[in-house]
Design a protein around this ligand. Structure first.
Ligand code: ADP
Ligand code: MG
Length: 599
């Protein structure tokens, strides 16, 4: 378990700050993560590693010459936000383009993808290289769906060395993708990791059992089996990887035997004594093998074995020198010269003024009250949502939603105090939610709220049909970004019944506030029923997908929280509270006209 912490929710930030302080000669903390202390003299491709915290030395420990130029650092086991990725890229870019590299998790794909869109719009060349080495997470026929685990390290190393040697962006990306296509990892867990402040581990195994195929977020093994002697464990890992030897692969391989956090180096060496001879007997030459901790999972007990089949291009990149806080190889005095980076300015731009009518400011107060109600209900459901997510996902749904809503409420309070209208309040809340929650659900909720706000605008109080349009925009943004279909077992399974019911009832009958509230409440019950019904589904999207079977019998956490949120928002967005505060009845023609004249 994790014993040293202050407020558990500050753990990741404090760990990063401490890391940057002790390694100040090599790294510099910037908003969203960290970058190298020294900037290159000539423009070079910036290789940016990233993902959640809890995996040290991944990702910030790998910043330095010959490896990463920067790391985007999310909360524990949670994707960093698009804003963080954007900010780190801006700090690391030296004019030759940036490449984000990360394990294939939905939240990371969304956030790095959104940051890339923003960078590209500013004319910065940007690419993404996803790592998909975990053979246990999908069959070979669906290798593009596999998660990224310890193979992250090999891919970062190859790209980092290529960029250091002056390769251009297209070549760095090509080499990274090639390394990924030739890298396979299999893991095994013996004991679950425990979040700072958590009462119990993320998952448990029976005494003397191991879970084969663990993910680095504690996604439980594909199957549990009796813990074998080291020799048999080594054979199991080696044979599973050799069974996936890439077609046409050569006989020289990079090998990583990786500890997951609380497995001792001595244990790894004992295991190596089986692994190395088996690989040599299979005809392989082992090139600079690594035994140690390169991608961990807090205090998880477990190991993973990674093989990268090398060729003439990859081998010199794998063996090239590197100097980072956590990893050194070869001659440290690599690139002579190098000029000190300028300290990034922390001065935030002064917040802009808001333009809004009084009517919209009144409805903005309702939006804030709705968010505050959501915060209370998510806080009390935090543990339950986390437990649901731990069955087949990574257990962070409750924590992520609470972080998101806390940030959203704070941002909304600030915007309301500065006179924002409803649209601006929801946009600020959505951006803060996406920035702080991380994870798949965080980016979707953040983007959805912003879209909802864009329909409301800052002039009028919404009538029933505007509310229905806002809910529709919320849903369109979430399905557009996440690409989940009905039946994939995601929040979309609760969201679509809500939007369908609400727009149908609004079109049929809602002409006053009471009818609108009734329509909202009926839609919320449809969402609740639909969320409960997801228990029988197998997940086809998101982190829970590889462990689909385990999830059957438990409702989808994201669908459950969505139904809960829409239920508590109703009275504030569509009910009498709204009527009282805008003083004229929701959607009433008089109010809308009055609002219009105020602008
Ligand atoms: P993460 O999966 O990154 O750990 P959370 O645990 O906070 O994020 O959220 C998990 C929830 O996100 C799932 O229960 C599901 O409802 C939702 N989700 C996952 N992938 C998608 C997607 N592609 N589209 C819509 N919702 C999704
Ligand atoms: Mg999760």
């Amino acid at each position: 378990m994790t014993r040293i912490f202050n407020d558990p929710s500050d753990f990741a930030e404090e760990a990063l700050a401490g890391f940057c302080d002790v390694h100040a000669d090599l790294v510099r903390q910037v908003p969203g993560g960290a970058v190298r202390r020294r900037r290159p003299i000539q423009p070079k491709v910036a290789v940016l590693a990233g993902g959640g915290s809890g995996h040290y030395p991944a990702f910030a420990g790998l910043i330095g010459t010959g490896l990463a130029d920067g790391a985007v650092v999310g909360n524990i086991f949670t994707s960093p936000s698009a804003q963080q990725a954007y900010a780190v890229a801006k700090a690391a870019d030296s004019g030759a383009g940036v490449v984000f590299s990360y394990g294939n998790y939905a939240g990371d794909v969304l956030n790095f993808g959104m940051a890339s869109e923003r960078l590209a719009a500013e004319g910065i060349q940007v690419e993404n290289v996803l790592v998909t080495d975990d053979v246990a997470s999908a069959p070979p026929s669906e290798s593009g769906k596999r998660r990224g685990i310890a193979g992250d390290f090999t891919i970062f190393k190859v790209m980092g060395a290529a960029a250091e040697a002056g390769a251009d962006l297209a070549d760095v990306v090509r080499l990274g993708r090639k390394a990924n296509s030739l890298t396979r990892t299999i893991g095994s867990a013996f004991h679950g990791c425990t979040f700072p402040g958590a009462e119990a581990p993320l998952f448990t195994l029976k005494d003397r059992q191991m879970g084969l195929g663990l993910g680095i977020h504690g996604e439980p093994g594909l199957f549990d089996t009796e813990l074998p002697p080291a020799k048999e464990l080594g054979q199991e890992l080696v044979s599973r990887l050799l069974a996936e030897t890439p077609a046409g692969a050569g006989d020289r391989i990079a090998v990583i035997l990786n500890g997951l956090g609380s497995t001792k180096h001595e244990e790894l060496f004992v295991l190596w004594l089986t692994v190395a001879p088996l690989l040599r007997d299979a005809g392989y030459t082992l090139v600079m093998p690594e035994v140690g901790e390169l991608v961990t999972s807090l205090d998880m007990s477990g190991v993973s074995l990674t093989i990268t089949w090398l060729d003439d291009e990859l081998e010199p990149l794998w063996t090239a020198p590197a100097e980072t806080p956590a990893y050194r190889r070869g001659n440290a005095a690599l690139q002579p010269g190098g000029q000190l980076a300028e300290e990034a300015s922390d001065d935030a731009a002064a917040p802009g003024a808001f333009e809004a009518t009084e009517a919209s400011q009144g409805y903005a107060a309702n939006c804030l009250a709705a968010l505050a109600a959501v915060r209370d209900s998510l806080r009390s459901a935090e543990a339950r949502l986390g437990d649901m997510d731990a069955i087949a996902g990574d257990g962070d749904h409750g924590r992520g939603m609470v972080r998101g809503i806390d940030a959203a409420v704070a941002a909304a309070e600030d915007a309301v105090a500065r006179g924002a209208g409803a649209g601006a309040v929801l946009a600020a809340a959505g951006d803060a939610w996406a920035d702080k929650a991380g994870g798949t659900s965080g980016v979707l909720w953040g983007a959805g709220l912003r879209a909802f706000g864009e329909i409301l605008g800052n002039q009028l109080v919404p009538g029933p049909s505007e509310l229905a349009a806002a809910v529709g925009a919320f849903a369109a943004r979430i399905t557009g970004l996440g690409k989940a279909e009905p039946g994939d077992k995601t929040m979309v399974d609760a969201l679509l019944p809500f939007t369908e019911t609400f727009s149908r009832l609004v079109a049929d009958s809602a002409s006053d506030a009471a009818q609108t509230e009734a329509a909202w409440n009926e839609a919320a019950s449809a969402a609740t029923t639909a969320a409960e019904a997801t228990a029988s589904l197998r997940p086809l999207k998101g982190r829970a997908r590889p462990l689909a079977e385990k999830s059957v019998g438990t409702a989808d956490p994201g669908a459950t929280s969505l139904a809960m949120i829409f239920t508590v928002m109703g009275p504030h967005l569509a009910g009498p509270a709204c009527q009282g505060e805008v003083g004229g009845g929701l959607g009433g023609q008089a109010v809308r006209q009055a609002a219009g004249t105020l602008s």
